[in-house]
Design a protein around this ligand. Structure first.
Ligand code: C5P
Length: 248
């Protein structure tokens, strides 16, 4: 995938108002490629917020992080509705299996890229076992791969997984499957609720196409500088990736 380093940064607009979203767009539109509208902003402001974001961005994609999770008929309809909003990416959880994933893909009437969320980056292996995942899964990686296979078979354009699984996903699915990696943290960033974290360099070197970054940019004293440093790290990782470096 030929993208400039900065265009591989998906900035998470995890704010409750359009005014705050617009403030970050004005600040960061020349320093990141995609803006992500997640549950906080979408629940507060609804579909019109996509128009407001798009108008302000002046180009680049919108990542609509709906994380659909319901019965197939409901998610098919939800995706049909989402298809009218013009987002480049929409997400669906993989953990309810093929029926749900296929329904979302069927409901996609507009060429939006449907991405399957494999295992949230805020989950550790202990969290997985707590919610009833078979203890035979000793690390999240095997479960991520199993779910990525379901997503691929259902017709998803790619998956969301941590930087710790990106290399295995890339190896199995090749270059045409999109990998988006949240849980991005620099060495000095607070980890917060994320568990399976990776640096921008690690995620991209391991094969991620895009990284999702929220708090490390939003809470930085200088968000533009933080995004610039991340873009440089992406560039360095892409160069190393070109020479075959894979971290895991
Ligand atoms: O602030 P931080 O960089 O942790 O934000 C990560 C963003 O990525 C959040 O908006 C979160 O909803 C999203 N995300 C995630 N893990 C996933 C999928 C999406 O953290 N598996």
């Amino acid at each position: 995938m030929k993208l400039a380093p900065k265009d591989r940064i998906i900035f998470a607009l995890d704010v409750p108002t359009t005014e705050e979203a617009v403030k970050y767009i004005d600040l960061l539109k020349d320093h990141v490629g995609v803006f992500k509208i997640g549950l906080e902003l979408f629940v507060a402001k609804g579909p019109p917020v996509l128009g407001a974001v798009r108008e302000r961005m002046g180009g680049g994609g919108i990542f609509l992080d709906m994380k659909f999770h319901d019965i197939p008929a409901t998610v098919r309809g939800a995706m049909r509705s989402a298809s009218t909003l013009g987002a480049e990416f929409v997400t669906v959880h993989c953990d309810e299996g093929s029926g749900l994933l296929k329904a979302v893909v069927e409901g996609n009437t507009a060429g939006t890229k449907v991405l399957g969320v494999t295992v949230l980056t805020s989950l550790s292996v202990e969290d997985m076992h707590e919610i009833g995942i078979d203890p035979k899964y000793k690390t999240p990686a095997d479960l991520v791969l199993k779910r990525a296979r379901l997503a691929k078979a259902a017709g998803c354009a790619g998956v969301v997984c941590s930087g710790q699984e990106a290399a295995a996903v890339r190896q199995e699915f090749g270059e045409d499957f999109i990998i988006v990696t949240p849980g991005i943290r620099g060495p000095n960033d607070p980890v917060g609720d994320q568990k399976r974290v990776a640096t921008p360099y690690e995620a991209i070197a391991n094969g991620a196409d895009y990284i999702v970054v929220g708090r490390p940019i939003r809470n930085a004293p200088d968000p533009v500088q933080a995004a610039t440093v991340i873009a440089k790290e992406i560039e360095r990782a892409l160069k190393d990736r070109g020479t075959g470096v894979r971290l895991i």
